[in-house]
Design a binder for this molecule. Sequence first.
Ligand SMILES: [Zn+2]
Length: 86
Amino acid sequence: MTPKSSNCLPGISPAIRRVVPAAPADEVMIEQLEFLLEHAQGGDCGCSQCERYRYVRAILLDAFSEPAKCAAAAPAMKEEDDTVPF
Ligand SMILES: [Zn+2]
């Protein structure tokens, strides 16, 4: 006779529920960013941390980069208003 109430999550071990909850992702990201920034202050030594710094920096600063990609991808605007036949 197996009590069903104690087995509501059959695939998950009861021990997992006692594991300390993971730190919020935001805090982890801030800590990682601070770590990478601190490392990058010493200059680019070419290690994996520097590589991660460049990667994260490119992503975070992407919104502030010049819209060269958009200009190249989008066709030039044609001034159709000036060519309206009359
Ligand atoms: Zn480095």
